[in-house]
Design a protein around this ligand. Sequence first.
Ligand SMILES: [Zn+2]
Length: 341
Amino acid sequence: MATTLTGDAPVFEGGLQTLAPGVHAWIQPNGGWGEANAGLVVGDGASAVIDTPWDQRLSRQMLDAMAVHTGNAPVRVAINTHSDGDHWWGNAELPADTTIITSKESLKAMKDEVHPKELARLRRMAGMSGRLPGRSGEMGRYVRGMLGPFDFKKIELRFPAETFEGRSTEHVGGRALDLRLVGPAHTLGDLVVHVPDAGVVFAADILFVGVTPVMWAGPAARWIAALDLLLETGATTFVPGHGPVCGPDEVRALRDYWTWLLDAVELQHRYKHSAAQATLEIIKSEEFAPYRGWLLPERMIISVTAMLQHMDGKGRIPQTAAMRAALFDQVSIVERALDEG
Ligand SMILES: [Zn+2]
């Protein structure tokens, strides 16, 4: 049996899946760090791709798998849903004449995003520090596990050439794709893609299924509003950014998670607890039980950090390599605490 990119046994099916006539999802089990999903909408003589994987080799693999559908309907349009590299760093593999579109806010965030070369360096350093004892060793091993399957050295960045504000309808081969800006939530410029003629929404990282979501930007209220918007489309099929394809129940489950976590963090904030203290208390609480089974529970600390920053009026988590490294250190501390029960 094939394994996931990180060498685990897959808990759901991966690869290219048909959701409706001409609507396909590219699914990467198990939806962990960098194991992001993408999409394809095939119209009459033209197609649209939604997101590309984290490195060019994976992007090539995806486009090759899509070739059976795009032979007579070349990829004219690609949509990048947000600025995290695992949703657009594979863009350079798209045909040269493909028009890449994102939100105005995401394009700016993409330009501010940590460069692939910095991630390649972080990956190399993690490989070395992972051999050390103590805390730096733990963080090193965590980051090595997270970045290990990807090749960041050979990435040629290709930015979207077109942006939109608020809402835009793209027509591809006679089909309409409704693009809605819903960020800042997961990141600063998140958008979702609704395909009304198929009842399908590509929700990207506004939706995580069976895996702990990460809120880099926030506020949580904005993410909750985005989930309401997903439900209001009346779509029956949702493609999350990470995890298996689902229906509206999973959208509601994530809405419940944010509502619960926001309340729990507000209480911790009143006690003036640090992000680490708050996270450890929350994961020890009974109310955490429904979420304990979600993959990567330790990264809840990133969302808790973002929420506390908002509550303190300190703005958002800075988008720098140093800040990311500091957060991964915190994530590895929570992981160890979870392991120790
Ligand atoms: Zn992602």
